[in-house]
Design a protein around this ligand. Structure first.
Ligand code: DON
Length: 327
């Protein structure tokens, strides 16, 4: 069962997290909410919350840990897992590569610069739209239901679609629409273009809290094993493939520095969510969560790259203090 823990070490971790939330809350006034999606521009930028879940199911939370937010690009992790389970990694790699770009997440340039134009990775918009078009099913509803099946395996429930955020992005998704039509033209989008775009934007508008993203992070940290259900819910090779892409491409054109200074497979989204998968660290036995953990952070004010400002600072502090780096 997920339950707040009462042990002494967990009390300490809990007050540490509260302290860091206090410390980094100021940074929420740097950056701004992602107003290129009008509905996200209305969020309260000063929220900051975190959930950490350990391998024994212990959950420690602080700040705005239960504030709902839309997954945005964090959903790219889930759609990638779903298509890899459905078709296997080699087939997915024929449709989308696994190389970092160093470009903005919504960049279009490399599709035409390289031949045949296969998107560089599934964590940028181009690759994620291709992946969404591959989800099992013949209609938008069927594709969303195959993604929801995965969510039910992982967090026990299908997230609710935030209709306002979806509509808001659907009506302003000119660049994503351009990407999708271009992908169709060069043969990297399956089926109907508007349908694929609808699936992609709907997966981005699924609503979660940091408790959900922390649990998904934990399962990935454990190579796909669900420690509470005691069941392998994602094949090990798929979990590892996904984490490697989170590490190399998950923070967009800040991924290199993130690997260097945080060192944890992590995926962000423009609504301010951050999901991290921390594997076991055998040389840090006396530090919190040495057996690994999942971390979910939310703080909606983002930097120019698209990563949460206060959330990134909080994660960096946790990684340094608790020795979370995989390197
Ligand atoms: O497609 C978009 O632009 C958004 N729905 C998601 C982008 C995103 O979250 C990139 N994140 N850092």
């Amino acid at each position: 069962m997920l339950a707040p823990s009462e042990t002494e070490q967990h009390q300490q971790v809990s007050s540490q997290l509260l302290h860091w939330i206090d410390q980094f809350k100021e940074a929420t006034s740097q950056g701004k909410c992602a107003d290129y999606i009008p509905a996200l521009g209305n969020m309260n930028p000063h929220q900051l919350g975190v959930t950490v879940i350990g391998t024994d199911g212990t959950m420690i939370t602080a700040g705005d840990c239960e504030a709902p937010f839309t997954l945005q690009s964090i959903s790219k992790v889930l759609s990638l897992v779903a298509v890899c389970i459905e078709y296997g990694i080699p087939h997915v790699l024929q449709r989308v590569d696994a190389e970092p770009t160093g470009d903005a997440f919504n960049s279009i340039i490399r599709l035409e610069m390289s031949k045949p134009g296969r998107p560089y990775n599934p964590m940028i918009n181009a690759g994620a739209i291709t992946v969404s078009s591959m989800l099992a099913g013949d209609s938008v509803a069927q594709k969303m239901s195959s993604l929801n099946k995965l969510f039910i395996q992982l967090i026990g429930t299908a997230p609710v679609l935030n209709e306002e955020v979806f509509e808001s992005e659907w009506n302003t998704a000119h660049r994503n629409r351009a990407l999708a039509y271009y992908l169709k033209d060069i043969g990297f989008l399956d089926g109907d273009v508007e349908g694929a775009l609808e699936v992609y934007l709907k997966q981005c508008a699924l609503e979660v809290t940091t408790k959900d993203t922390a649990l998904i992070g934990l399962i990935l940290a454990l190579d796909g094993y669900h420690p509470i259900r005691q069941e392998q819910v994602i094949p090990k090779d798929v979990a590892r493939f996904t984490k490697s892409l989170m590490l190399t491409c998950g923070m967009y054109n800040a991924s290199g520095k993130f690997a260097a200074f945080v060192g944890v497979p992590t995926k962000s989204g423009v609504s301010g969510g951050i999901l991290s998968a921390v594997p076991p660290r055998y040389r840090s036995r006396d530090l919190p969560f040495a057996d690994g953990c999942g971390i979910g952070i939310f703080s909606p004010s983002i930097d120019e790259v698209g990563n949460s400002v206060a959330g990134s600072l909080l994660l960096k502090e946790m990684a340094q203090q608790w020795d979370l780096s995989i390197f």
